[in-house]
Design a protein around this ligand. Structure first.
Ligand code: F6R
Length: 613
């Protein structure tokens, strides 16, 4: 998804812009560009493809290397194909204003017609170019870039995070936000803007998130925030930027995804830290701001999310029913927002999002609020829109997730939902003893993950046998059903192998027709209530000659009758077994994709943060 970076200070702007763009490469994009401002005017270079293509464009046609102010952008096409003319920054026709934009301008067609009728000529098919024209049109009357920008934005419907530079004030950047994140910060006489705090890691100690309706004027080392519509000064709190040095680098791993898979024990420790109360057998989740009376009066829970977060949510819905006895269902966020769902009184909507910016999940949050639900969020990115709009919620503390395929966020979502279900359960019907058993199971999660990570080489060897397949199935029951869905998603998104996750019992209701000796089945069969029945399903697969990879509990020899390709998970309660199982699936998918030579951290057509519907 699109990324914005901007810098104004005393040092050269270009290296800061390019390194910021690289930090945001993980978001997925199809073109990139920069514009620097100096006495000679605005110089802009853009390229289709990766930031390395932009490097080449800059080498062929350099910009003023001494310029100390500029903006940059990575674009993920929405209006207009990936092409140099559609890449950002966009300039006003006279070159006085340059704009980068994230989001979608809903009334862009009407704006374009209006601009054209006033003599404006467009050079791209984007909605964003209209912003450069509009700001330029307002500039002379407004008297300042920030005033011109705010006046222009009064005519704009849709979503935006923007950064604007102008030749009139070569050391100023104006930024504004409505529905698309903008974060600003200062350090040592310099000011920065980005759409993603990760781009500012190591550059500033703290950041300030703009709210919807805010604009800000950045000068070297300082900024002022104001309301776009009212013009009044606004103060927003600063948030410490707590990325560890190297958190957005690969740290010796071949890919971010592998690094993040191996970071999972630590991510889980951070997620659980200080939240489990062993003695009382419960959890403390202060961010929910729920008292016992509110929890006791809940009549239902709707969990909503997209993609991997949805599968974690399905796991959580099972836990809410098992531990708290509250009817719980999972609903795809895109479905929830449009199908006008019934939200009974005393319903909690639990929204899950790694990025906290997913458009459908955000819309579901807003719809649930309109319908009077108690809205809670579980997000990873601190200060993200969903976290802020939900108001009540908890953070995963998983650290930045850079690889496009979600890994550590899934595990931490399962843990966070488990803690929430435990808290709700202990407030309602769960005994202290049962609560303590769940606390112990949650505390054991990091070690369960370590036990699977130690089998990385073995999983790579198994992956080698199946890397040439075209189709695969993942099957499981109970808590292993969401794990099967997640395993298939991981494999398909990074290896481009067609994979489907199925409930093990559902296989015989259709998909079994596809099985033969070329279609591997990954069977999730750790000890638990579904174990014996899933063994029966494995037998059905073997009878169709489908090769089987089993993920089973240490010491369980039953699976060996069907396959030698077995990944072992330590013994653990049914409720936590999906965590080590999913780690085995992540490594399997990773190695299949690696062996197939695919670009694991930036799979084709995918974006890290899906801020369009
Ligand atoms: C898959 C993946 C996506 C995301 C989905 C929701 O590996 O990463 O399916 O889970 O786009 O994203 P968030 O959690 O940021 O709302």
């Amino acid at each position: 998804m699109c990324g914005i970076i901007g810098f104004t200070g005393r040092a050269a702007a270009l290296p800061v812009l390019l390194s910021g763009l690289r930090r945001m490469e993980y978001r997925g994009y199809d073109s990139a560009g920069v514009a620097v401002v100096s006495a000679g005017g605005i110089q802009c270079r853009r390229a289709v493809g990766k930031v390395s293509a932009l490097d080449a464009a800059l080498a062929a046609d350099p910009v003023d290397a001494s310029a100390t102010c500029g903006i940059g952008h990575t674009r993920w096409a929405t209006h207009g194909a990936p092409a140099v003319r559609n890449a950002h920054p966009h300039l006003s026709p006279d070159g006085r204003v340059a704009v980068v934009h994230n989001g979608i301008i809903d009334n862009y067609a009407a704006l374009r017609e209006g601009i054209k009728s006033r003599g404006g000529v467009f050079r791209s098919e984007t909605d964003s170019e209209a912003l450069a024209h509009l700001i330029r049109e307002k500039l002379d009357d407004a008297g300042s870039l920030i005033e011109a920008t705010c006046r222009a934005l009064q005519n704009v419907e849709g979503t935006y995070g923007i950064a604007v530079v102008c030749t009139d004030a070569p050391d100023e950047i104006v930024v504004a936000r409505k529905g698309s994140p903008v974060v600003i910060g200062t350090a040592d006489g310099a000011s920065f803007v980005a759409s993603d705090a990760a781009a500012l890691a190591g550059r500033t100690q703290s950041v300030t998130f703009l709210d919807d309706g805010d604009a800000a004027l950045l000068k070297p080392g300082s900024f002022e925030i104001r309301s776009i519509s009212a013009g009044a000064a606004v103060v927003r709190p600063a948030t410490p930027l707590d990325f560890a040095p190297g958190a957005v680098e690969k740290g010796g791993f071949e890919h971010f995804m592998l690094k993040e898979i191996f970071e999972q024990p630590e991510a889980l420790e951070n997620c659980l830290r200080g939240r489990l109360l062993s003695e009382d057998g419960t959890a403390k989740l202060s961010g929910l701001h729920l008292d016992a009376r509110e929890i006791a009066s809940l009549s239902g829970i709707v969990v909503t999310a997209c993609g991997t977060s949805y599968y974690a949510g399905l796991h959580g819905a099972y836990a809410f029913e098992q531990f708290a006895g509250i009817p719980a269902r999972i609903e795809q966020a895109a479905e929830f927002r449009y199908r006008n769902p019934i939200v009974a009184p005393d319903t909690a909507l639990v929204s899950l999002s790694q990025s906290g910016e997913t458009a459908d999940t955000l819309a579901a949050v807003r719809e649930a609020k309109r319908k009077g639900a108690l809205v809670l969020s579980i997000c990873n990115v601190v200060g993200s829109t969903i976290a802020r709009e939900a108001g009540r919620g908890i953070y995963l503390h998983a650290g930045p997730e850079i690889g496009v395929a979600s890994t550590k966020a899934f595990l931490c979502q399962v843990a966070a939902l488990g803690m929430m279900a435990l808290l709700f359960g202990r407030t309602r019907r769960l005994s202290c003893e049962d609560g303590r058993a769940i606390v112990s199971a949650l505390e054991a999660l990091p070690d369960l993950v370590r036990a699977v990570l130690s089998q990385n080489d073995k999983i790579a060897a198994i992956a080698e046998k199946y890397a040439g397949a075209r189709d695969a199935f993942f099957i499981g029951r109970g808590y292993q059903y969401p794990a099967a869905l997640e395993g298939a998603l991981k494999l398909k998104e990074i290896s481009y192998l067609h994979a489907e996750g199925y409930h093990a019992a559902e296989l015989k209701h259709g998909p079994i027709a596809l099985l033969d000796e070329n279609v591997p089945v990954v069977a999730l069969v750790p000890q638990g209530p579904g174990h014996d029945k899933t063994l029966g399903n494995i037998q059905e697969c073997r009878a169709r000659n489908a090769p089987v990879v089993a993920i089973a509990t240490e010491g369980d020899s039953a699976v060996e009758a069907f396959t030698a390709d077995v990944v072992r998970v330590p013994p653990c309660p049914e409720f936590t077994a999906a965590v080590p199982v999913v780690v085995a699936e992540q490594l399997f998918a990773y190695h299949v994709a690696r062996l197939r030579g695919e670009p694991i951290d930036q799979p084709r057509n995918l974006a890290k943060s899906v801020t369009v519907e």
